[in-house]
Structures are given as C-alpha cells and as structure tokens.
Design a protein around this ligand. Sequence first.
Ligand SMILES: [Zn+2]
Length: 486
Amino acid sequence: MHQGTQGIYTFPTSSEVGQFVKTRVDPVIEDCNKIKEDLGFNVDSVKIKQIGKSFAHFRGTFGERETIAVPSDYNTHDEIDFSKPNIQNLYRSRMEHSEYAWEVCLSTPTIPLNGIDEMFGISDQHFWHIKCSHCNHWQVLTWWPEEDRQKQSNIRLLNGKWKDHVKLKAGKYSVTGEWGYVCQKCDRKINYDPFLIPMQWISKFPERTERRGYALNALIAWGYKEPKAIVSSFFDYREIDKAYNRILGLAYTTPGKKVARADILRSINNKLKMEDRGINCFMGADQALSLVVIGNYTEKGKARITYFERIKKNLFDQIDSKGKLIRGRLTDLMEQFNVQAAVVDAQLNTESAYQFANNFAGRVWLAFYADRQVDKINWKNENWTVVVNRNRAFETAMQFWMDRRVEIFPEDDYNFELYEMFIEHLSMLTKVIVETEDGRKMTKWLTPKGCDFAHAWNYFCMALEADVNTIRRVAMPGISGFKMKT
Ligand SMILES: [Zn+2]
C-alpha cells in the first residue's frame, strides 16, 4: 500500500469481516517488523487499521448500518457473489478523487453470466498455464468430473476402469484407485517441479486493457495436493453446483439446470392412469435399452405421457428361420396407440430401423445426432430421417419439465420399476456452461452414458414437433394447428 492512501475492504457480512481480520489481517501485521517498527501501527480495531499514514477500512455489505464514508484509493470486494448486489457501484464514488482508483473484485463463482463470472467474461482472462516437460504443450490445468471428458483432463485414473473407482453408494461417492497428473496433449505423466515445468499466467484476450481477470481452480495447488484428493473433494459435495463453483472455479447454476425427482413427481396428474392404447399419439423410442415413451398433448399445450415400456422382445419386425414374420413390438405400439409421429434413434439395428420407417412412411423418423448442426431439427422427407442438434433438442425437451408443461400418470406397484428408471435417467442430465472456441459461453446439456430413458423422452418431444404437413394424419380438431415452442 502506498503511504498516505486509504483502502476499503468489503465482505458479505459483518461477522465475516471480523473473522477475516482476526485470522488473516492481524497475524500478518503481527509478523511484520516493517509495520511494527518502521511505519507504526496506530489505530487497531476490527473495522479500521492504520499502518503508517495509510488506512484500511473493513466493512460487511449485509448487517451493517452504514457504508464507509471515506475517500478511497483501493476498493476490494471479497466474495462479491455473496454480497449485496452491485456493492462495487456503491463504493465506486469514494474513489473519484484518487490517482490510483483500483477496484478489485474477488469471488467464488456462482451463477453463470452473473457477478464475478460476468466480470471475468469481459476481462482479459488470465489463466494459470503450465508447460508439459515432455511435449512442451502449454495448457491450463483442468479436471472434468465427467468420465467422457477425461481426455481433456489433467487428472486421470492411471489404471483400471472409472466405474470401478468412482462409485456412488447410498448417496455418497467413494473414489479409489491410482490417479495422476497427466499432460492433456501427450498423455504422459507430469509432476510439479518449478525447475522443470514453466508456469505462468497467460491472458486469453491481451488486447483488453481495461480489466484484468484471473481464474483459479483447485488444480493450481497441484504442487502439494494429491490428484485423488481433488477428485474426492469434488464428489464430497452433495450439491454438484457447489462442487463446480468451489473445486473447478466455474459458475454453475442450480435453478433450471437439472430436472430433479421433485420436478417429475410434481407433474403427476392423479386422474390419469397408464393406458395401453390411445388415439393420435406420439412416440419416442431409444434402441439401446429398448425404451419407449408414448403420449400426446393437452388442450393447454402440455405434453402428456400416457405410456412407457421397456420392450423385452424384438423391437422391429423379423423373419424367422422358417420364413415366418414375427411382428416387432414397435409395430404393435404404432397400431395400438394410433401413432401419428414417432422418432426412433437410428443406431444399433440401423437396417431394421430403416425398414420400420419405410413401413410407416411419413410417420416414423430415424434420428441422427449431429452436434455441429446449427438448426435444432432437420426433417428429411426423402428418407424419413431427422438430423438433430443434441444440445438444442435436449434444451427443449428438458424445458418441458422445468416449465411444468408435462402431465404424467401416478407411480404404482405395477409401473414402479420403470417409473424409477425414468426419473433416474432424466435427473442424470445436467446443464453446464461451456466456452466455445471463440471464447463465447453457452449452456450445454451433458448427457452421461446410461441415461437412455432421457433420450427416449427427447425423441418423444421431437415427435411432438414433427412437421404437421408431412404427417398423414386423421384430421382432428385442435391438432393440426399445434406447434411446439422452440
Ligand atoms: Zn505433453
């Protein structure tokens, strides 16, 4: 601190100020001979410290009657995401006459594109980089908690299978096995060694000179933190958003980012029951576990689930060794529910799926995911296929639940097992914020392996959207004008 200057330091609450001053500020002053012998240490209270001719003022943002009414040269706002909104604006005028006028905002990130995350977004974005001692690749030490993103991670399970070493038991994760720090590019093991491994802050947007930003995650402590300890501490959090915020240093939201069990149970309409037939229905089917969702929509535009099934026999029509036709279960369901539009994934039995689509030309569509496609859904009438941007389609499909635009029959003894699977699979999806190659941020639904019912639901929602013009349908009032919100 320059002599003769004043600084304001805010914390969310006044009790946190007391804590901070006692545990962080006082010991530093106590240990510093320059302050004690040279500069002089005059005023000493929880709220004000005078060091030489300079003052530091500490204040909470909540639970304080007044703001600090002194001119300031440095304002520091700690844990700004937990502080009174726009606290920095409140104190900015205190720096009007300062020749320094530095403002520092610090926080654990919370909600994407809010608070510290927003500030960092418009800054020059410094990330802590390390250079691989094997291949010289500069990289930001990163770890992702999703199994399918381990290639992009610096912490990896060195041997064995993920599922054997990251286990969920009675609501608690256990992490075992041997984990190590690995180069993202050459996959070789790297160890903290300041002489062998250069490390430095590198700005992503050096041309931005107005605001400087620094991002940190738990891996910055790789010199003394075991990789397994970082993985464990992530999974120790009960709430995944807090784990992202605190371990990975990423903004991550709870509201609207996940469809929870409660969201699904809330959609139960006790007047409904699981039907075994219907008129003008829509169907989504996923081949991996042979899961089917069937339903229609209500007058108010809600999606109504009337039936689901895990098919135990053949999905598609087959000819047996004696040349006899064995009807596929999907063929039966098409008729039983008078299905107007069905979307089935094209994977696994692609040939049989094509045959099925041809048998119901214009009513059955085979879905292919194409993540680079800009349009959400591209219906291709020439071969009854539909090309889908997975993320955008899931955005719509999950929004149904979050907007409470779904009705479903109650859970009972008969459908219990499948019902639970449906809930489990849907609640496996999480919405995260990812950064595109050009630095923009966007939301993304992560669809981990094994959430097959969520895919069936996604296909069902697509079927609801099937272009009404291309569907041969029995004209029913109120149906032809139906258009789902995109
Ligand atoms: Zn390398």
